[in-house]
Design a protein around this ligand. Structure first.
Ligand code: GTP
Ligand code: MG
Length: 137
C-alpha cells in the first residue's frame, strides 16, 4: 500500500511539537498528500475509535482526543502503513525504540503524540473520515 493516515494528537500540538514531528515524517521519506488542523467532537472521537469502545480506557481516550486541536495528514510512501508504524514506535513510549516519534515526543501510553493506521484498509477508512476527496492530492 502506498498511503497511510496519521494524527498529531492534542498533547503534541499543545507541546509545540507539530513542526518537529512533520519534519521527522518528511525526512523519513513520506510525502504529505493531505494536511489540516481540526478539533474532533466527542461524536467524531467515539466513531473514529469505535473499535476500542469496550476497553476500560475508552472514556479517557475520547476525552483526550477532543481536548484540543489535532493535525491530521495523509502520507504517501511505498509500504506506508508498516513503515510509518515503525517510525512512530510502540504504543507505550516506554517500549518504543530509540529515535522513534513516540520515544521522543510521547508522555504516556494514553498521551502518545501520534496515531498511525494499522492496515491499508483502515488507512483508507480513516483518511476518508477526516478528508474529502478535494482535500487529498
Ligand atoms: P493509534 O495509532 O493511536 O491507534 O495507537 P496504537 O495502534 O499504537 O494503539 P491502539 O490502537 O491499541 O490504541 C489506540 C490509542 O488508545 C492509543 O494510541 C492510546 O492513545 C490509547 N490507549 C491505548 N492503550 C491505552 C491505555 O492503556 N490507557 C489509555 N489511557 N489509553 C490507551
Ligand atoms: Mg491503533
Amino acid at each position: 500500500g502506498k498511503r497511510t493516515f496519521t494524527m498529531i494528537k492534542p498533547d503534541a500540538v499543545e507541546a509545540g511539537n507539530v513542526g518537529g514531528i512533520l519534519e521527522q515524517i518528511t525526512a523519513s521519506g513520506f510525502r504529505i498528500v493531505a494536511l489540516k488542523m481540526t478539533q474532533m467532537t466527542t461524536a467524531d472521537a467515539e466513531e473514529f475509535y469505535a473499535v476500542h469502545n469496550e476497553r476500560p480506557f475508552f472514556g479517557e481516550l475520547v476525552e483526550f482526543m477532543t481536548r484540543g486541536p489535532i493535525v491530521s495528514a495523509v502520507l504517501e510512501k511505498d509500504n506506508a502503513v508498516d513503515d510509518f508504524r515503525a517510525l512512530i514506535g510502540a504504543t507505550n513510549p516506554e517500549d518504543a525504540a530509540e529515535g522513534t516519534i513516540r520515544k521522543k515526543y510521547a508522555k504516556s501510553v494514553g498521551e502518545n503524540a501520534v496515531h498511525g493506521s494499522d492496515s491499508d484498509e483502515n488507512a483508507q477508512i480513516e483518511a476518508g473520515f477526516h478528508f474529502s476527496g478535494r482535500e487529498m492530492f
